[in-house]
Design a protein around this ligand. Structure first.
Ligand code: CP
Length: 335
């Protein structure tokens, strides 16, 4: 693995990363949370969009692996003066960093950065496109809930997961739609018609079954319900359905919670309590919300380790350097 740009990966690669994250997870129980694996390496967290979970867990993951971690945000950097993504990336790479974690509102920005800078790039969420470490941590948390400490080497074969909400605007949904079926899970997308992605020629959406009735899907007793944040900021002014209609049709209310049985209740955060789910659902025994956050550190440690620690990663990295005249000429207006 040279970069981590997408959650689209073969099953064996995903399981290897999840198993490595299991190894990393053991550090959570230690008093001294420090491994020497990335001593002498420098990682830059380049965040052009706000984040609590992803940025801080990448920082913790890098520090627990003994890397030097530098945080650069869009606000407060020269990006706010109009510097392009390409120039920002080349500037950071010229300082001798070993890897860049990037979050951007522009779908495809991490892939462009990977082409331009010749260093390992990790996609920490790009527009409505992909959020691969989120899907990996979701899979990790769910695999642990189902298989406990015997999770190593296992996928999610036959596990039935409903992803609920604003699928069309959600990079979390896209990444999970790529990763979870690769691990053997049966995924159903659920939401109002306006929030479902466009259908393919075979009638599926993102290659998956789609339903508009959450109540019908709850009646099928899924193993997990993954609730997505309603992303008001990505809807360019059109809010359909209304908040009231959304709660009536697609919120995990206390009444729906009572019909759900012991299904895992997942949410990537940040949650809009009372909109996507009730507080009882968010805080109850079936909720994996905080387990997902904890898993985020372990998964991000595994990804950083895979890209930056091994001799293999070093060889891959030097092979990825390209002369300046082979790099894309401009950044397509991305900032
Ligand atoms: N789930 C997620 O990406 O959260 P943050 O925006 O807080 O990083």
């Amino acid at each position: 693995m040279k970069h981590l740009l997408t959650a689209a990966m073969p099953r064996d690669e995903a399981i290897a990363l999840l198993d490595l994250a299991e190894d990393m997870h053991q550090i959570q129980d230690r008093e001294l949370k420090k491994l020497p694996a990335l001593r002498g390496r420098t990682v830059v967290n380049l965040f052009f969009e706000d984040s609590t979970r992803t940025r801080s867990s990448f920082e913790i993951a890098g520090k627990w692996l003994s890397a030097d971690v530098i945080n650069v945000s869009g606000k407060g950097s020269s990006a706010s003066k109009g510097e392009s993504l390409r120039d920002t990336g080349l500037t950071i790479a010229a300082m001798g960093v070993d890897g860049v974690v990037v979050r951007s509102g522009a779908s495809g920005a991490p892939a462009l950065l990977a082409d331009w800078i010749g260093k390992p790039v990790i996609n920490a969420g790009d527009g409505t496109h992909d959020h691969p470490t989120q899907a990996l941590l979701d899979a990790f948390a769910l695999r642990r809930r189902i298989h406990g400490r015997a999770a190593r080497g296992k996928g999610l074969d036959g596990v039935r997961i409903a992803i609920v909400g604003d699928i069309a605007h959600s990079r979390v949904a896209r990444s999970n739609a790529l990763l979870l079926p690769a691990l053997g899970a049966e995924v159903t997308l659920v939401g109002p018609a306006a929030f479902l992605p466009v259908p393919a020629a075979d009638g599926t959406r993102l290659g998956l079954r789609a339903e508009t009735s959450l109540d019908a899907v709850i009646g099928e007793r899924p193993d997990a319900l993954m609730l997505l944040r309603v992303q008001l900021e990505r809807q360019a002014g059109k809010v359909a359905p209304s908040v009231g209609e959304y709660i009536t049709g697609w919120s995990l209310t206390d009444e729906r919670l009572a019909r759900l049985g012991d299904a895992a209740i997942m949410h990537p955060g940040p949650m809009n309590r009372g909109l996507e789910l009730s507080s009882r659902a968010a805080d109850g025994d079936a909720s994996t919300v905080l387990a997902q956050v904890t898993a985020g550190v372990s998964v991000r440690m595994a990804v950083l380790y895979s890209l930056l620690a091994s001799d293999h990663a070093t060889d891959q990295r030097s092979a990825d350097h390209r002369p300046a005249d082979h790099r894309p000429a401009n950044d397509g207006g991305l900032r």
